[in-house]
Ligand binder design. Structure first.
Ligand code: PRP
Length: 227
């Protein structure tokens, strides 16, 4: 049995076409089913639904053989995995080029971010990406007080909790709807295929064709003109 870990939402939706190109069809819709283990048209392949931040953990410790996870999740939690001594259990063979977005700094439209940085002000920054934000502002030489949040980051500058946020931006619609502006792009993000190292050895014959199919689907998808 091959177990693939996915998170609901953008990653699940954008992984489906890649699976289809590998001849794999998920037989239940996670939006209507309460099941966490979804069967596929292949008796030897199943999908498990986990929180986005849990995908690497499932793959790392063998709860799943492979998974799809954002680069943001991988980078943000890198320290956690290597300090657990488990950093070697996760093999990252492919950039799938899906769920593309960016991690950016955003502020209220009336906040002069450039001036605050120039003057060496201490910035209050709310984010769930504290590791990525800490590294970014340290490299810029900007002093920050980081406030850890788990969601609705856009509220922080609007309520006075923070001067700025570090969050994912895709279309920019969420920022616009909340009168925030993107002032710096920290990094581009896309989803990665991650594979359990031990499974890669022990289930090589079953996994290799699947990984190759993902690679081919990714290559042919990126060769198609973008809408
Ligand atoms: C992300 C992010 C923003 C939104 C940006 O949230 O936190 O809220 O997407 O997308 P946009 O630029 O297209 O408006 P996501 O939907 O990933 O869920 P989350 O709030 O759980 O992080």
């Amino acid at each position: 049995m091959i177990t693939l870990a996915l998170s609901k939402g953008r990653i699940f939706d954008e992984t489906l076409p890649l699976l289809a190109r590998a001849g794999i069809e998920v037989l239940e819709d996670p939006d209507t089913s309460r099941k966490l283990i979804l069967p596929t048209n292949r008796a030897d392949v199943r999908v498990v639904l986990v929180r986005a931040t849990d995908v690497p953990t499932y793959v790392e410790y063998g709860g799943a053989d492979l998974g799809v996870t954002g680069l943001d999740t991988l980078l943000e939690n890198r320290a956690q995995w290597s300090s657990a001594g488990a950093g070697s259990g996760l093999y990252q063979p492919l950039d799938l080029g899906i769920a593309r977005c960016r991690v950016s700094v955003a502020v209220r439209a009336d906040f002069d971010y450039a001036a605050a940085v120039r003057q060496g002000s201490r910035l209050k920054v709310a984010t769930k990406y504290t590791a990525i934000a800490r590294e970014f502002f340290a490299a810029k030489g900007v002093h920050v007080d980081l406030i850890k949040l788990y969601g609705s980051m856009e509220l922080a500058p609007l309520t006075g909790l923070a001067d700025a946020i570090v969050d994912l931006v895709s279309t920019g619609n969420t920022l616009k709807a909340n009168d925030l502006v993107e002032v710096e792009r920290i990094m581009d993000i896309s989803s990665r295929l991650v594979v359990n190292q031990a499974a890669l050895k022990l289930k090589r014959e079953a996994l290799r064709p699947l990984i190759d199919a993902f690679a081919q689907a990714t290559a042919s998808q990126s060769a198609e003109p973008r809408p």
